[in-house]
Design a protein around this ligand. Structure first.
Ligand SMILES: C[S@@+](CC[C@H](N)C(=O)[O-])C[C@H]1O[C@@H](n2cnc3c(N)ncnc32)[C@H](O)[C@@H]1O
Length: 271
């Protein structure tokens, strides 16, 4: 009987493929690796310490680390400063690692880790946001960070946010660290009232935390407002009037401001 050469070479091949398929199905479906926007690289401990110091984290803070890796930043904040924290990472292996590390450090009741895309993370409760990402990721996050509660601190290892210039830049063992404070949104027109004085209108232009303003009294006499500064929810400006400089300090709360000045307490409403 003649053997087909085709049969004799195909059978061992089919048999090998069948065994391979059986072994693979016994192992279960291969887990797809998440497509990360940034690879996993750890922030050195000395840099973590400086980031927490720059962010002035304390027991009343809620720190969110975007792309939390092994959880070292929220865990260090909880251990050293009593901070509550959340870490999110797209890679479930990192989440597992971070949860185990939090248990080991005895802070599992203060820190939470979730497998989540950082672009989906609700940051509304955060008072401090930390990041070790990429410049383009920082820039994609920037509009959302600027919407956070005024006074929220943002601390980034390695990368900045272009025109939103940091208020502090430290270098620790050749690692750049940048700090920003989310400013109140003060751009637009405000009517300012000081009891016993004429109301005036502040016209404010704002880009990130840089502000410029003019003041116009209701009799249309224009006065330049100089040295206007905004930091977090706090505002400070000086009007140069014929009677001399008038200094105003106060806080911004959405569409209202209130504070003290050299001529009395003042309030303002967004027009
Ligand atoms: C450079 S590591 C920083 C880890 C940690 N924050 C630290 O400073 O040690 C960046 C982390 O971001 C995670 N990551 C990348 N893309 C992500 C995304 N879209 N959403 C959430 N995490 C992401 C990676 O898995 C990695 O753990």
């Amino acid at each position: 009987m003649q053997h087909s050469p085709f049969r004799s070479t195909l059978f061992p091949l089919l048999s090998t493929l069948t065994s391979f398929t059986l072994v693979m199905s016994a192992m279960g479906p291969a887990k797809a690796r998440p497509a990360l926007d940034v690879p996993y690289i750890k922030t050195p401990d000395a840099v973590v310490d400086r980031m927490l110091e720059m962010g002035q984290v304390g027991p009343d803070d809620i720190l969110v680390d975007l792309g939390s890796g092994d959880g070292r930043i929220p865990i260090a904040a909880a251990v050293k400063h009593g901070t509550r924290g959340l870490g999110v990472d797209l890679d479930p292996a990192r989440t597992e690692e971070a949860r185990a590390a939090a248990q080991q450090a005895g802070v599992a009741d203060r820190v939470t880790f979730r497998t989540e895309n950082l672009f989906d993370t609700d940051l509304s409760e955060a008072t401090v946001v930390t990041m070790y990402l990429f410049p383009e990721i920082n820039l994609r996050l920037r509009p959302e960070l600027l919407k956070l509660r005024p006074g929220t601190r943002i601390v980034s290892h390695a990368f900045h946010m272009d025109e939103w210039t940091p208020e502090r830049h430290d270098v620790v063992a050749s690692n750049d660290i940048f700090l920003w404070t989310v400013p109140a949104q003060v751009g637009g027109l405000w009517r300012v009232h000081v009891p016993g004085h004429r109301d005036f209108v502040l016209r404010v232009w704002q880009q990130f935390d840089r502000v410029q303003a003019t003041a116009t009294s209701l009799d249309e006499h224009s006065i330049p407002a100089i040295e206007m500064k905004v930091k977090g929810p706090e505002i400070h400006y000086t009007l140069h009037t014929a009677e001399g400089p008038l200094t105003y300090t106060g806080t911004v709360d959405g569409k209202k401001m209130r504070g003290t000045s050299s001529v009395g307490d003042w309030t303002a409403e967004k027009m």
